[in-house]
Design a protein around this ligand. Structure first.
Ligand code: G4P
Length: 349
């Protein structure tokens, strides 16, 4: 079943971004390095328009280093876009962040033209952890500014470098179904939005090809070469059996097996895994857009048809009315004529 969620404070955050964006030089988007495409908020792209962007692939310690490099190169090839990878273990991330932002906006700097940066990201991507590191080590927290939406917080990373924080924000409509599952696997989506079993099966489908060796090592699966072609349900059952998720009568406890797979992925116990490559994500995105467009056209056609049938019914009603009027007129004429016929000649003659 596709994942559905309620994006919480989305409207408040959206308003705060719209209010602030006019005077922002660089937008930092914090992404989960394990799912960079899926953790990018498409609504943010709309809200921030053609501002310079810094993509920060966070939690790189959990991601596949080769794929992180591929994603960084992919982002850097986009116009006005920089990209760096970070993790919570980095002791002084501020310097790299500041440097990357300054490179994107060399026209800003100095007390009279401070560089104004906004940081955004989906929930659970590690923004609080990063902000705490930044605030604790390098920055003075200034709190709310007069006239600025209360939820927004500004910290000064340097005397001419202001960083505006925004709350984590998900978007209301998932156009890429796979992204919904990747977000669920990462822990970004509330647990009531999906079934663990569905999320675990999709996770296995995404990783059994490229990371069969990690699954084999963690769950002591014998035939690593067979893993990529093993059916997801069978794989989940095998993992459940290996991990002792067995109920009375020998049946596998699939819910427990799913929890194990999700937990091991989230905690990085499975190994360093990235769920998607830029090429895969591009293809899913295009597919999602095509489905959305087909939906839009179908809706348009339905509403046109509805309008058309309403109009046809209206025209029919008018026609029927005209016909009624005409026949009433004709009757009246006949009556009038027959009256004349009855009275006229006989009366006259
Ligand atoms: P948020 O503000 O964006 O919602 O995320 P937050 O900082 O609360 O981080 C969400 C979880 O991700 C936390 O784990 C945090 O420790 C972990 N995390 C953040 N950055 C990194 C990173 O670079 N690498 C790794 N491996 N983990 C990271 P938690 O289990 O929810 O809480 P905690 O018990 O660890 O604090």
């Amino acid at each position: 079943m596709p994942i559905q969620w309620f994006p919480g404070h989305m409207n408040v955050t959206k308003k705060a971004i719209i209010e602030r964006i006019k005077e922002i030089d660089v937008v930092i988007e914090l992404l989960d390095a394990r799912l960079p495409g899926s953790s990018a908020n498409p609504m943010l792209a709309e809200l921030t328009g053609n501002r310079r962007k810094l993509k920060v692939l966070n939690k790189q310690d959990l991601a596949d280093p080769a794929r992180t490099e591929a994603w960084l190169a992919w982002y850097r090839a986009q116009s006005d876009t920089g990209a760096i990878a970070l993790d919570a273990g980095e002791t002084a991330p501020a310097q790299r962040l500041i440097k990357a932002c300054r490179e994107l906006a060399p026209h800003r700097g100095g007390m009279d033209k401070p560089l104004r940066v906004m940081i955004c990201g989906i929930p659970n991507v590690g923004k609080s952890t990063l902000m705490n590191t930044l605030v604790g080590k390098k920055a003075a927290k200034t709190g709310d500014e007069a006239g600025v939406t209360r939820i927004e917080q500004r910290i000064n990373l340097a005397s001419d470098f202001y960083l505006f924080d925004t709350p984590g924000m998900l978007w209301p409509k998932i156009t890429v179904e796979k992204s919904g599952y990747h977000l669920a696997a990462s822990g970004a989506v509330g647990r009531n939005a999906y079934e663990d079993e569905d999320a675990a099966l999709e996770l296995l489908a995404s990783i059994k090809g490229s990371y069969a060796h990690l699954l084999a090592a963690r769950f002591k699966l014998d035939d690593v070469d067979a893993i990529p072609t093993t059916h997801d349900e069978v794989l989940l059952e095998t993992i459940g059996r290996k991990r002792g998720a067995v109920m009375s009568g020998g049946r596998i406890n699939i819910t427990k097996a799913a929890e194990v797979v999700l937990h091991d992925f989230r905690a990085g116990i499975l190994g360093r895994i990235t769920l998607e490559t830029p090429e895969q994500f591009e293809a899913w995105w295009a597919e999602g857009q095509a489905i959305e467009e087909a939906r839009r056209l179908a809706k348009e056609a339905r509403s046109k048809a509805k309008k058309g049938s309403r109009q046809a019914a209206q025209e029919e009603a008018w026609l029927a009315q005209d016909e009624d009027d005409e026949s009433a007129d004709a009757d009246a004429e006949v009556d009038a004529n027959s009256g004349e016929a009855g009275q006229g000649p006989s009366a006259d003659h």
